[in-house]
Design a protein around this ligand. Structure first.
Ligand code: FE
Ligand code: FE
Ligand code: ZN
Length: 290
């Protein structure tokens, strides 16, 4: 591969607090060398979303344009459970995601990531059906947002701990071009995939089962636990079982470069993210062999 011709921009950022609004996140991102970021669309524990400040959204779009940001990866509250056994809980997930889709149109053309949910004993099949049903009620052909299912650690009865489960959901969704996947390095390692010794093999499997064209974003985290632990506890880059070298292989992989890379590592402040962003940004692309 000719690396000069193939050179793609790296989009690297982290999860930011939305407490001060959209433009404030854009400024925070710029201040730490980020050119993408993630944020919760509302309180992560659920609840009502703040009224959209249209001017604030426009100010963020201007910052993104000026600094040539990649796509943002908004995150749904992680407490939503689209495959809960309780209808009320499922309806809340529907209501929140439906409303989030409308709100995302103020920042058109970005990504909206969600955790597929936990089937809580109803069985994987039933869970997959419920998630697909919810997406089929939410996704419209005219929306500019692409919804991403996150690869999960497979903790408890979580759906999405394997590529097969995600593929089974995606296969059932009507407007498939509005659906993609966000790969979380901590989660896939916890789910048993060996991204340290066999990244190419894992990506080949992803391609065979889901299709690499569906992979739209990365969550870049080290893991506090060994591969297969199904625990989902993130570690700062280099302080977990994945390690700096393997993480840099992921963000520089020829099949993945150009995707928004979002750090969700435990960091006490923005300067911690600034250091991790610099580490990821200045790392050199690996030899192309995929
Ligand atoms: Fe997540
Ligand atoms: Fe994640
Ligand atoms: Zn996680």
């Amino acid at each position: 591969m000719n690396t000069k011709e193939m050179k793609k921009e790296k989009y690297i950022g982290c999860h930011l607090s939305s407490a001060k609004g959209f433009a404030a996140m854009g400024k925070d991102a710029v201040s730490i060398g980020a050119n993408t970021f993630a944020f919760f669309t509302r309180n992560p524990r659920g609840g009502k979303a703040k009224e959209i400040d249209v001017k604030d959204a426009e100010n963020l779009l201007a910052i993104m344009e000026e600094y040539q940001f990649g796509k943002l990866v908004a995150h749904a509250p992680y407490t939503l459970n689209p495959c809960s056994a309780t209808e009320k809980t499922r309806e809340f997930a529907y209501m929140a995601m439906k409303e989030d889709m409308e709100r995302m149109e103020y920042l058109p053309g970005n990504y909206y990531n969600f955790h597929p949910g936990s089937h809580v004993g109803q069985g994987v099949e039933k869970g997959i059906e419920m998630i697909a049903d919810l997406l089929n009620r939410i996704v419209t052909p005219g929306q500019s947002t692409v919804i991403l299912l996150e690869t999960m650690a497979g903790k408890g009865s979580e759906i999405g701990g394997s590529f097969r489960e995600l593929a089974a959901v995606i296969d059932r969704v009507k407007y498939g071009e509005k659906i993609g996947v966000c790969l979380d390095t901590c989660h896939v390692s916890d789910g048993g995939y060996d991204i340290v010794e066999n990244l190419d093999g894992v990506l080949e499997e992803f391609d065979r089962i889901i299709g690499l064209d569906r992979l739209k974003a990365l969550h870049v985290n080290d893991s506090r636990n060994p591969r297969g632990a199904r625990k989902d506890r993130h570690a700062p880059i280099g302080e977990g079982f994945i390690g700096t070298e393997a993480i840099l292989q992921v963000v520089n992989h020829p099949a993945l470069i150009g995707l928004p890379c979002i750090l969700e590592t435990p960091q006490p402040d923005l300067s911690g993210y600034a250091r991790e962003i610099e580490l990821l940004r200045n790392s050199v692309p690996a030899e192309a062999h995929f």
